[in-house]
Design a protein around this ligand. Sequence first.
Ligand code: NAP
Length: 239
Amino acid sequence: MKTILVTGGSRGIGKAIVQKFAENGYNVILNYNKSYEAAKAIEDNFKNVRIFKADVADKKEVQNMISFANDTFGNIDILVNNAGIGCTGLLQDVTYEEWQSVFDVNVNGIFNCTRLVLPQMISRHSGKIINISSIWGMVGASCEVAYSASKAAVIGFTKALAKEVGPSGITVNAIAPGIVMTDMVSSYSVEEFEDIRKQIPLGEIGSTQDIANSVYFLASDEANYYTGQIFSPNGGWVI
Ligand code: NAP
């Protein structure tokens, strides 16, 4: 059975990805950083899920996580770079520390995990890397400049790496979700959600399962001919 490593698997979209793959028999390494209890509850529910605490921005912790994954389940077949943080406010109010931490997690975290998983994929001439970007990385969001810039970086990273490692039998794709009901958007008011919902042609806010289903497809053999692509499950909000 294949092994998948999901970063930020304790809550929201990452949790739905972990559950989808666990239910379908994959061996799953669930990475978390702060939410131990949430991660443990998922592990207790599935005999094929193991949790590991690591801050994806810290390369030593990421190295330890990958060693743990290899010791537990063997090679990592699929890497899902999902861990991410938001940052809202006018650009002139964003502090250097906030800017840095958004890039540390959303961009450097993807670099750390991918760089350290790639050697084993290259040596086996096989592997799938799926990065979670955002529609704001495609079209930009006012008052989310740091976040949008970090998510645009994920798209550039995905396209360039796909060209680089395609000859090594590895695919690299990104998912750029529209709005999805998770803790990340919990500060939105009911009115704001309703306003957004009206702008979405399919008339619904996305669910975490919608995104997990996209990841599941990209990780499957049916997606073997896709690389360097940006999939955007967004209900038609951005076309
Ligand atoms: P969420 O509910 O806030 O969950 C974020 C997850 O990331 C948590 O599991 C958290 O783990 C983990 N995380 C944060 N910092 C981390 C770090 N330094 N190291 C390891 N894990 C870390 O957010 P979400 O909505 O599910 O977002 C998941 C991904 O989807 C993000 O990349 C986000 O940018 C993207 N996205 C979300 C939306 C949306 O509308 N929700 C739309 C487009 C894209 P702990 O709690 O254990 O620290």
